[in-house]
Design a protein around this ligand. Structure first.
Ligand SMILES: [Zn+2]
Length: 288
């Protein structure tokens, strides 16, 4: 039996309860443990996701799933954990359905719309047969992630309705959000479009590029129907800053401070703190 839960109930409850659940990208062993620790300490459900590029970096999809699973065992993790593929293409989504993920994103936003719709339908059918939840995407998220550059066009309400009708469990829609740091001339989230989409469909909505969006905009997006907020850059910046500080203060030259378990520890703790802080922002309630 899988140790993972799918995202369906978690995000439906979140949408009804007007809060969100964080989806944190993992990159390696430290990231995996830090995300799990942050969720366990706040006693809240969590979604660990891996991008195609990060899975390749770590080995493959199965290795990532096994790592998360085994860390849950040795860390005695008791909160619900969703194992999710972030921004998968058609092949990657199928591979993760086979590998035992409990949730997959099929991102067909760069395909012609009819093809995105058809392939989303297929993935939903394959995934639901195994109790796996599916995230789909309409419009696009601006910025760059793993070499995929999105211009950031707004999702149309009609397209969102058509994709939601495939039975996908949650839906990412472009509303002016961007992957990576936000440029200074960024005009903010398009709340009018978000509201139009949220009024038209009951599907929980996903906000990608959550790092760097001001807290009050995230809270407003959640109040309008966003239930899943993706966080990647925030943890990367926190890890880099803490590691830089440790080295600049000579930590690595102090005794055996160069030992990787010591060298990576400040960054690790920074991720735990960031995860806990973000879970607080999202208003994720504790599990009973
Ligand atoms: Zn994304």
């Amino acid at each position: 039996m899988s140790v993972f839960v799918n995202g369906n109930a978690i995000f439906n409850d979140a949408r009804k309860g007007h809060y969100a659940v964080g989806a944190f990208n993992t990159n390696n062993l430290e990231w995996t443990r830090a995300i799990l620790q942050g969720a366990q300490e706040t006693n809240t459900p969590v979604l660990i996701q891996v991008s195609m590029g990060a899975a390749k970096y770590m080995g493959d999809y199965k290795l990532v799933k096994t790592l998360v699973e085994e860390e849950m065992r040795v860390m005695n993790i008791t909160v619900p954990v969703v194992m999710h593929l972030d921004h998968g293409n058609y092949e990657a989504a199928k591979e993760c359905i086979e590998a035992g993920y409990s949730s997959v994103m099929f991102d067909g936003h760069d395909l012609p719309f009819d093809e995105n719709l058809e392939k989303t339908k297929e993935i939903v059918k394959l995934a639901h047969a195994k109790g796996i939840s599916v995230e789909a995407e309409v419009g696009s998220i601006g910025g760059e992630e793993d070499g995929i550059v999105g211009a950031g066009e707004l999702a149309s309400v009609e397209e969102a309705k058509a994709i939601a009708a495939t039975g996908c469990d949650y839906l990412a829609c472009g509303i002016g959000n961007i992957h990576g740091p936000y440029p200074e001339n960024w005009t903010g989230l398009n709340f009018d479009r978000l509201k139009e989409i949220a009024d038209a469909i009951d599907t929980p909505l996903v906000l990608h590029g959550g790092s760097g969006i001001p807290q009050e905009q995230i809270e407003k997006a959640i109040s309008l129907g966003v239930s899943k907020v993706n966080i990647n850059t925030e943890n990367q910046l926190a890890f880099a800053a803490a590691t830089r500080k440790y080295i600049e203060e000579g930590g690595d030259q102090n005794g055996k401070g160069y030992d990787p378990r010591k060298l990576l520890n400040p960054g690790y703790n920074a991720i735990v703190d960031t995860v806990k802080e973000i879970i607080g922002w999202l208003g994720t309630p504790s599990v009973k």
